[in-house]
Design a protein around this ligand. Structure first.
Ligand code: FAD
Length: 471
């Protein structure tokens, strides 16, 4: 058993062990936010240590509807195909995850249930309940790393029990920490024969249909609205390859170019674990000019360790605030619909609705506009983003929203982004605005960010909701 562990640690891709060598008979690998076969520590360990491995996914009633629902179905279909190619399968059941896992463990007399550890309040309560239920039926429950590069809670300031509250010291320690080696996909998955695989549903209630498959169109592309990409590990790995080969070296110069779309668009794949963050980081580090991109992935780990320490991050101010937020339903609706009359804000909000994704710079601008100019509660922003973003996840979404609102980890919590100045700097030709706000597509560069300065109003485009700040 120890030898198998060492093989996993060394990233060795060997055939499954002979039956007499194995430590356990049957292990259920419970998938959740780790929908891949490459660099999957729980799956790799199960394939090395157990005689039979049962990859398992439970479709819960509360699973993402909206955009993320369609993406998740792609991920499951792709994962099942990969596992079948390796000789196994993905067993799918519908119901409550703890109850269904315990039921399957009972049916199979499984020795163990293994899963990737996660950080959200819900995920951790699920892990606790699973541990208790597995104990009750004398089945081992164990969690493995894999959702982040460095497991949350592993790095603590001055070796104490607290978490990092400021990014730069975290980045310093994170980038010099020794990491586990990358694991290949298992050579074979030997499973329990004759198990009913279960159906991957064709839709979830409230699921929105993707308008166009933009999976390949959007890497460094130019042109119109890009549609929603296909989910799954295969698509994720293709995107990663293209990104590393063609684009990562340009990231430092290009990531703030709103119209150029020069970021990786790996976020939804990372959200569902279609690609391992450790693999993305390890491979980007080997590329010339990869460091600025790796730094962004460190932000992801940073917010995950904050969420691990402060699980109520999506509801409660991390840094308490004294002033009350305003309530204004009409203003909130105008913001949500991209009808504020501030072109750069409206372009971002419309990109979110049409593509399920928004450029990071636009996310900062629209978020700052909601909390600083409209003075509306960041929680309304978190909720709306979470409804529409393909990459919507609790740690990154809430952590970034609180950062912009000044209640989070920003060391300058009173920072206000001037949307006009930001627009002129990061969308100097106005192409981003023209792409998503067709009412303004005929305007010349110098007018597109400030249409209220034109002698006559623009047809079908609203007047600014708030007095526009001077550029
Ligand atoms: P790239 O620029 O190519 O970056 C690579 C990866 O690094 C991203 O995929 C992401 O995993 C990570 N990353 C980059 N920037 C950040 C950041 N600021 N914080 C944390 N991780 C980062 N990201 C999400 O994944 N989910 C969210 O729900 C989310 N909500 C956000 C809300 C607000 C208000 C803001 C300002 C940012 C939010 N972000 C969120 C962070 C960031 O905007 C996206 O990760 C990024 O735009 C995704 O595009 P990309 O994959 O092309 O990123």
């Amino acid at each position: 058993r120890i030898l198998f562990r060492m093989a996993i640690a060394a990233g060795c891709n060997r055939s499954p062990p002979a039956a007499e060598d194995v430590g356990v008979d049957t292990v259920i690998v419970l998938f959740n936010r780790d929908l891949r076969v490459h660099d999957h520590p729980a799956l790799a360990a199960a394939c090395q240590e157990a005689r039979r491995v049962v990859p398992f996914f439970v479709v819960e009633p509360g699973l993402p509807s909206g955009r993320r629902g369609g993406f998740l179905l792609d991920c499951l279909t792709d994962l099942r195909a990969s596992l079948r190619r390796l000789g196994g399968d993905l067993i799918v059941r519908q119901g409550e995850v703890v109850a269904e896992t315990v039921r399957l463990a009972g049916e199979l007399s499984a020795d163990a249930v293994w899963a990737s550890a996660d950080v959200s309040e819900y995920a951790r309560s699920r892990e606790k309940r699973l541990a208790a239920e597995c104990k009750r039926i004398h089945t081992e429950f164990r969690t493995f790393p894999g959702v982040t590069v460095v497991p949350p809670g592993e790095l603590t300031p001055n070796g104490g029990g607290d978490h990092y509250r400021v990014f730069t010291p975290y980045w310093r320690v994170w980038s010099s920490t020794r990491r586990r080696p990358l694991l290949p996909a298992p050579a074979r998955v030997v499973t329990v024969p004759g198990l009913e695989p279960g159906r991957i549903p064709s839709s979830f209630p409230g699921m929105r249909i993707r308008p166009v498959d933009g999976s390949q169109a959007s890497l460094n592309g130019h042109g119109g609205s890009r549609g929603v990409p296909a989910g799954g590990e295969t698509a994720a790995r293709e995107r990663l390859e293209t990104w590393l080969r063609l684009c990562v070296a340009d990231y430092d110069d290009g990531h703030d170019d709103m119209a150029g779309d020069r970021t990786s668009k790996l976020s939804a794949y990372l959200r569902f674990g279609c690609v391992s963050p450790l693999e993305v980081v390890t491979r980007a580090e080997a590329e010339a000019g990869g460091e600025p991109f790796v730094r962004q992935l460190c932000w992801r780990d940073f917010y995950h360790q904050v969420t691990f320490a402060f699980p109520q991050i999506n509801r409660v101010d991390y840094r308490p605030r004294k002033e009350e937020w305003r309530e204004d339903k009409d203003a909130l609706d105008a913001w949500r619909e991209g009808q504020t009359g501030i072109p750069i804000v409206d372009a971002g909000m419309r990109q979110l609705k049409s593509e399920g994704w928004m450029h990071n710079r636009a996310r900062m601008i629209v978020a700052s506009y909601l909390v600083r100019h409209l003075r509306l509660d960041w929680r309304a922003g978190v909720e709306h983003f979470f409804d529409y973003l393909l990459d919507g996840d609790i740690a990154n979404n809430s952590g970034n929203w609180q950062w912009v609102a000044g209640t989070g980890n920003d060391t300058r919590p009173n920072r206000v982004l001037n949307p006009i100045r930001q627009a002129k700097r990061f969308d100097p030709e106005g192409d981003y605005v023209r792409r998503y706000v067709p009412e303004l597509s005929h305007l010349p560069d110098r007018a597109v960010h400030e249409p209220w300065k034109l002698p006559s109003p623009i047809k079908n485009y609203p007047k600014p909701l708030t007095t526009p700040p001077a550029a």
